[in-house]
Design a protein around this ligand. Structure first.
Ligand code: C2E
Ligand code: CA
Ligand code: CA
Length: 448
């Protein structure tokens, strides 16, 4: 590669007679000029204008590690590769050192934008030969398109910026917005992330506990901690929704660490009221590998006197099987420390016997989708029976989830399940209600 110029240069040989390149400087000014340029370019017909906004990450690392000249070479190469995505009527502009825009003019179909986006992603994902090394670039691309006559240049740029933010917040490399509804949906998602972060910071989430009982005796065997969120702006947000938002935004680790603390606090409070209740906590795969997990668990056992054998960590089958090798090491570490491990939503993923054999599990929780239909569907009964047999062979406790009525309760018992969880036994409830519920005793629950 040629000697690095002091400022980014237009794409070199071959590309020079293709895309025109304008180097802008100063973020706000650059954005203003971009909108002016886009406005001038727009026609009044039914064509679409498309934008690709490319953000390059960790350029500072490249500069520090490989030096200024290598960084310049890298940026040149990025320009050249992006130029290959553009046509004669298109423009490439630099908004900042780490941000480039490709204005794709006169599109007839939205698919052309998707095509350009995929091509840009493919080209930038290939390694760059810089300073005799193969450097991988970390980047994100937001894309948006809109008809010339309908959406102003400023609004189109905003949509593209939201698309970029959306991709970043979900840990994805690209995101494409086609219309205003996309923007609304994702703006509210981004707002939800910001609100959830705030709620966690202000300690505004609640925790509820759902009992797990022994099927034979009705005795309380433990509880599962479940989070609840009443958002200030949006009201009750279903757990499935905010857990997914938390997982995609990385907030799940904070939420898990918070749940672990709550488990300790409530375990201690129950002990003071004469009750010893083991607690299960849901663990997302992100939290499983987070460096704070083990220190937090250790703190809780020390501060609140919650012994590790009274904490069961639940991980879904799908999550456990996604990176089984990597997970296995983390599981072993937790089990060596005395914690118990449950495989949650069992039956909904694809377990390999090889891993099941090696995972240091203590419990299998049969997913409620099999349990709920058992009284009507003979196949579900057969499936549950074989899961119970298999769990016994592996020496695991079996919990049937989603027990909603007496008939299913009986069936689960007859099929050999030892433990049960479900609305028929109890719905998730706040910590103080649980004390009343536990005191009401096993006898009155048995065979309700
Ligand atoms: P899960 O781990 O499978 O939790 C059991 C879910 O089944 C709970 O839903 C519970 O309320 C519901 N359930 C219990 N018994 C019955 C029943 O008889 N019938 C029916 N139809 N449902 C029943 P919830 O509380 O809405 O939580 C949904 C999921 O969100 C949980 O599924 C869990 O994966 C996740 N979740 C909830 N709280 C947390 C948390 O603090 N951290 C993490 N990582 N995940 C959480
Ligand atoms: Ca669970
Ligand atoms: Ca479950």
């Amino acid at each position: 590669m040629s000697a690095a110029p002091s400022a980014p240069t237009p794409p070199a040989a071959g590309a020079a007679d293709g895309v025109r390149f304008i180097d802008l400087d100063g973020a706000a000014r650059a954005r203003r000029r971009l909108v002016e340029v886009m406005t001038r370019l727009r026609g009044d017909g039914g064509r679409l204008m498309g934008l690709l906004l490319v953000r390059l990450h960790k350029l500072r690392d490249v500069r520090v590690t490989y030096g200024e000249a290598a960084l310049r070479d890298l940026l040149d190469s990025v320009h050249q590769r992006l130029a290959a995505v553009a046509g004669r009527q298109d423009l490439m502009l630099r908004l900042a050192e780490d941000e480039l825009v490709l204005v794709i003019n006169g599109l007839r179909f939205e698919e052309q934008l998707l095509f350009a986006l995929e091509k840009a992603e493919r080209l930038l994902a290939r390694s760059f030969a810089i300073a005799e090394l193969a450097i991988k670039l970390d980047f994100t691309i937001g894309a948006a398109a809109a008809p010339d006559a309908e959406v102003s240049a400023g609004e189109l740029l905003r949509r593209c910026e939201v698309a970029l933010l959306h991709a970043c917040s979900e840990g994805r490399r690209t995101s494409c917005f086609r219309d205003a509804a996309d923007v609304r949906r994702h703006t509210s998602r981004l707002e939800l992330v910001a609100e959830l972060e705030e709620a966690l910071y202000r300690n505004e989430l609640q925790i509820v506990f759902q009992p797990k009982t022994a099927l034979e005796t009705g005795e309380l065997a433990g509880v599962e901690a479940l989070s609840r969120w009443e958002s200030r702006k949006q009201g009750f947000v279903p757990p499935d929704v905010f857990i997914e938002v938390a997982e995609q935004s990385g907030l799940i680790t904070d939420l898990t660490l918070w749940s672990i603390r709550q488990a300790g606090i409530h375990y201690h409070a129950w002990r003071q009221q004469g009750l010893t209740i083991p607690i299960a906590i849901n663990l997302s795969p992100v939290a499983l590998h987070h460096p704070e997990l083990i220190p937090q668990l250790t703190n809780v056992t020390r501060i609140w006197g919650l012994p590790p054998e009274h904490i069961t960590l639940e991980i879904t089958e799908t999550a456990a099987m996604t990176h089984p090798e990597r997970n296995l090491a983390a599981f072993r570490r937790l089990v060596d420390m005395g914690f118990r491990l449950a495989m949650d939503d069992f039956g909904t993923g694809y377990s390999s016997m090889e891993y099941l054999k090696n995972f240091p599990l203590t419990e299998l929780k049969i997913d409620k989708s099999f349990v709920q239909q058992m009284s009507r569907d003979i196949n579900d009964r057969k499936i549950v029976r074989s899961m119970v047999d298999m769990a016994r062979n592996f020496d695991l406790q079996v919990v049937a989830e989603g027990i909603e009525d007496q008939e299913i309760h009986e069936l689960a018992r007859n099929l050999g399940c030892r433990y049960a969880q479900g609305y028929f036994i109890a719905r998730p409830m706040p910590a103080d209600k649980l004390v009343e519920w536990a005191r009401a005793g096993a006898r009155c629950r048995q065979g309700r």
